[in-house]
Design a protein around this ligand. Sequence first.
Ligand code: PHE
Length: 377
Amino acid sequence: MATSDIGLDKTLAGLGVSRAAQVTARFAEVRADFDGHFTTVRDESDWKMFRDRWLGRKSGVLTLITDNWLKPAPPDLKRVVGQELNTLRAHVEAKIEERRTAVEAGAESASLARERVDLSLPGVIRPIGSHHLIPQVFQEVEDIFVSIGFSVVEGPEIETPYYNFEALNIPEFHPVRDDMDTFYLGLPKDAPEPLLLRTHTSPMQIRIMEKCQPPVRVIVPGKVYRRDNPDATHSYVFHQVEGLAVDTDITFCDFTGTIEYFVKQFFGPGVKTRLRPSYFPFTEPSVECDVSCIFCGGIGTAAGGGTCSKCKGAGWIELFGAGMVDPAVYGFVNYDAKKVSGFAFGMGIDRLAMLKYGLDDIQVFFQNDVRFLRQFP
Ligand code: PHE
């Protein structure tokens, strides 16, 4: 109800009130108005408006009654107006205070409901990553060789021509360099020597023998680079594990025994090994190591009949190059070629992985397609 409707803007005389009973009736009206509105106060903002309307210092209802009804009241009514006003004030203040507590409690429980933490909700799922297949296969190979006494070392991917070629008995202009065309770094004109991305892990043979005296038994996992055009079996970056064992009494038998052990551990006990003559400038004799085809079991015939597509009917698959260390190499590292002997091998890890896991495209290793990666958790 507006202030004017209950006559708060007028004096009692202006309202025609001259007797005590009329005063009491007026106050009863005001109180009814208060009680009526009081029930509509729900939240904090309702409550604040309501409090200001009734208790506001300048123009609250109680102030208006004091100013317009009490102060100008004729002496005979002053006492009853004063009493009624005190009663009304006590009622208004008590009720407003009572509602404040209720509104505050309501606000609190509303905010509690809003901020409620539901511990039964599923959490934020952070997918756990896994190793790429290539490091997994590196690890498999390392485990096998570590178990028979080899150590694992790594070397630089940026090499000098000396370590990548010359010290491995590959002189400049030797035709074998054509197979290992690589990336040279763009260096300032006054650079002391050219630098290249290593084409194989073999430079580490030299670096290790320069540092350590025999016996040496190491494997070297790492990335290598060649200027090959990418296709299903070529990539300009791929992975190798180099192996080197040098001592005073290492024979070709030690070499074949080591290789056979590795192949059986890696592919399974039924897989056979075959060595074919080959050529590398840094091994003599050199061999190419083949394994019996792991897809057709070495018979050259596919399961459903017809020629095995993996070994093309040969029953054998070429695996890696190896050989006895060429005595010429010992000359580059100050080993006495008359006293020491040893073997070396260089395995393509991508190839091993493709054979073992039945993949026919090397490019999948570099495409980072999670649908591929997830198959090797
Ligand atoms: N480095 C040779 C290659 O990448 C492989 C190899 C290593 C051969 C060690 C013999 C001995 O082709």
